[in-house]
Write a protein of this length. Sequence first.
Length: 353
Amino acid sequence: MLKKIFPLLLACSLLFSCKNNTPSIDTRLESYSRLTSPANNSAVKLNDSIRVALQVTKQDAQMDSSKIYFENSPVITLRGSASYSFLPSVSRTGLRKISVMTFFKDGKTETLESTVKILSDAAPPALKYSVVKTYPHSKDDFTEGLEYYKGYVYESTGLEGKSLIKKYDLISGKIVKEIPLDKQYFGEGITIFDNKIFQLTWKDKKGFVYNLDDFKLMQNFSYNTEGWGMTNNGKELIMSDGSNKIYFMNPNSFAITDKLEVYDNAGAITKINELEYDKGSIYANVWQTFLVIKIDAATGKVLARMDLEDLIHKAGNLREIDVLNGITINPATGNLLVTGKLWNKIFEIKITE
Ligand SMILES: [Ca+2]
């Protein structure tokens, strides 16, 4: 085995030196300094300052000046040292890059980078709720998308071979229209915009657009991530992909126009699933939890959280039902309509703060 590795290493090193035409120890790659702050992947809260500190590690090296950048925008140029605290100009949560370009007196220039997580500056309060009404829901439906629109519920369901889109009456549950997806697709979030239904699929990176009136397929679109939840803000489609990211998408070109990274005051909230936009906020199911979170659609901050575990026990036989998923607004009351995969009810809940 060793005999095989040694010629390979030799070949690699020869290739490296030939390609780069440099000696095997390249002094230009020698490090002069290291960033002692901020530590990579460290957390900073919105409206907190970020401390940058650089330590010269090479003996006799003398710093001339250094430039600090936040997300590639210059913050300050310092002479003779690189220790500085600044309040970043940022209103959104998420990962951000700090870089320091240092000039040494012998002509060496060195750039070091670190990433910080900008967290929310406030713990999300726990919202209380009460169930004001229940409506029927098919216990055969593996709910992935739920939207209430002009008196009818539109629902997209998952699983290959079982995925469909249906329209039904909220109060009676009576089905008005239903179409299956091709067997290879696992249906995910839906939203209604511009008299069309937009639907995501889970892993195929392919979405569908249907005419709202007759459910006729109008076109396909593609995206680069998994497809999970969907909603819209009256201008853009909004989608989740199972991470802590929420994407805004142009409804005509399907280009991604913006992206949020969702954080509360402790860290990223991942597995964001079904969505519902309402007056500048996005309600979201968090997969495999009992939580609905309320996200600020402008910043990514988690504004509030709501634990719906109580509903699971009212939603059918526990051995048959799956997770909480499916959230929409009843515009007549302003209440939320929520359900879950294979649940036998939709619950109308009123937030009581
Ligand atoms: Ca929804």
